[in-house]
Design a protein around this ligand. Structure first.
Ligand SMILES: [Zn+2]
Length: 226
């Protein structure tokens, strides 16, 4: 009888411990439960500064909501990193609106939101959202540019797609992941950092998961970008 009771008490304790574990209470990221792949490739660059300042420029015809979703993508990474590492002061990654393309130049990360993929500087080679990160010769370190558009070209090379909201938001989070130094998964789709997002299959954007956060903590440690 005693034994039974203590087992029960242990089980009750475990249930309570689980309820209070940070992974289950996480608001900004999810536990990864697809174990087809167990790590995210990382790029050869990384940031070495306290804070990463992003700026967002959008073309005249682009609705304001696309700016907001881009800003939210940046916030999502910041909050996920803070929550995952328990370090609320670090991981300063911000995005603010700027009125002109020229105003982007003083920012660490330059987000461009164009009306259409046809305005991408690398069109026609690029017909969907992409990110370019280069080493700056000067002291400012990295130069990151993210190109987004609500209208992209399907992989078939001819069908234009007006992205549903969740698909645009997914690509903004995906591209911001590249900015932080994440590469692509081998799996074509299914992961946030997969090269494709199948919005016919996926009904919502993919969450940031422990998989991406583990990869970033491997690169930066738990105390921020510097
Ligand atoms: Zn990508």
């Amino acid at each position: 009888m005693y034994r039974k009771l203590s087992l029960f008490a242990l089980a009750a304790f475990l249930v309570m411990a689980f309820n209070f574990s940070p992974a289950l209470a996480a608001k900004y990221y999810a536990a990864q439960n697809d174990f087809t792949e167990t790590s995210v490739q990382v790029a050869r660059y990384n940031w070495a500064q306290d804070s990463i300042e992003g700026c967002v420029y959008k073309e005249n015809g682009v609705e304001n909501s696309y700016y907001v979703w881009t800003k939210l993508a940046v916030q999502k990474w910041r909050q996920a990193l803070r929550e995952y590492t328990g370090n609320q002061e670090a991981w300063s990654f911000t995005a603010r609106y700027v009125r002109s393309e020229a105003a982007l130049e003083s920012c660490d990360v330059k987000f461009y939101i164009y009306d259409t993929y046809k305005d991408f500087p690398d069109y026609p080679a690029r017909t969907g959202a992409y990110t370019s990160v280069t080493f700056n010769e000067g002291e400012s370190g990295l130069d990151a540019r993210v190109y987004l558009a609500p209208l992209v070209l399907h992989g078939d090379g001819k069908t234009e797609i007006d992205l549903p909201t969740y698909a645009f938001r997914n690509s903004a989070v995906h591209e911001a992941g590249h900015v932080l130094g994440l590469g692509h998964m081998q799996s074509k789709k299914g992961y946030l950092m997969s090269p494709q997002f199948d919005f016919w299959e996926a009904k919502d954007q993919l969450p940031i998961t422990t998989l991406e956060l583990d990869a970033l903590v491997d690169v930066y440690g738990t105390d921020g970008f510097d």
